[in-house]
Ligand binder design. Sequence first.
Ligand code: SF4
Ligand code: SF4
Ligand code: SF4
Length: 303
Amino acid sequence: MKARISTEWLSGCSGCHVAVVDLHEKLLNLVEDVEFVRIPVLVDEKGYPEADIGIVEGAVRSEHDRHCLLKMRESCKKLVAFGTCAVYGGPSGIGWLYDKDTILDKIYKETVTSQKDGAMPEGAPVLEQSVTPIDEVVDIDFYIPGCPPHPYFIALAVKTLLGASVPEMSTKTVCSACQRKMEKREGVKLQKGMSSGTEDDVCLLSQGVICLGSVTLDRCQAQCPNKGVACAGCAGPSLDLITEPHLDIRTLIAKRMSLLTGIDRQEIIDYIEKEAKTFYSYALSSPSIYKKPTVEMREWAGK
Ligand code: SF4
Ligand code: SF4
Ligand code: SF4
């Protein structure tokens, strides 16, 4: 019998669904007898047919999102939080810094396309007060962070959920797959606003460029630093950050970079706090980050 897969798209950018579509043929090669019974990016299906595996993209931002997520939980035997928005809130999590009326007014009343009478248009979404990762609402069986998830990990997850024997998921950081070498340097300055360096084989931290590889779970085989760009943390925090309340992105990066370059730790910390919306952007609305006693996200962001 074919394994039935159902997908849903909450508040996200659709990039995760595109990743599934990209994988489609590979998925069929890897796991024979898979059938998509619901996949909104390809087929207009309003109902929630029963499925063996449910794949959910996006965070809960609206009442409609919550309703759809509950329907997915009811109709699917196993549910996957698919992509960083579903797992940690993702870029949508920036909404955690603002109240919902401010956001609605900005979008529907204060833009050039707003209605002339300043009224909220019919059909405007009913937002919840904040952005919520989906495991705060329903039980989740499997997490695949990534923005979007890498095909290798999607296939691995589906095979695992269908009962195939597969190796355990890596719990290492992006650095583990990065080909650059960490080196001690002298006279390096903090490269504010930069996401690349001048040397291709040297760790970006050693070059004074903030790279979040050492505080990010490897779910991408270090795609960015291996191609010349600093890791922006799109796969979400590394496991030590999630499990240890006292550890934080800015202090870990500052300590490591300072040891490598001699740049003053406080200068690095101040810079990361000033640019917190960038450096924390993928997990802003996750309790694993905002509940940390050392994180003052709203204060850093001037909210
Ligand atoms: S995780 Fe990234 S690709 Fe997926 S929906 Fe969110 S923003 Fe889009
Ligand atoms: S910090 Fe970035 S550049 Fe340095 S080793 Fe880790 S992933 Fe590579
Ligand atoms: S290197 Fe970092 S930003 Fe790039 S895909 Fe991997 S986790 Fe995302």
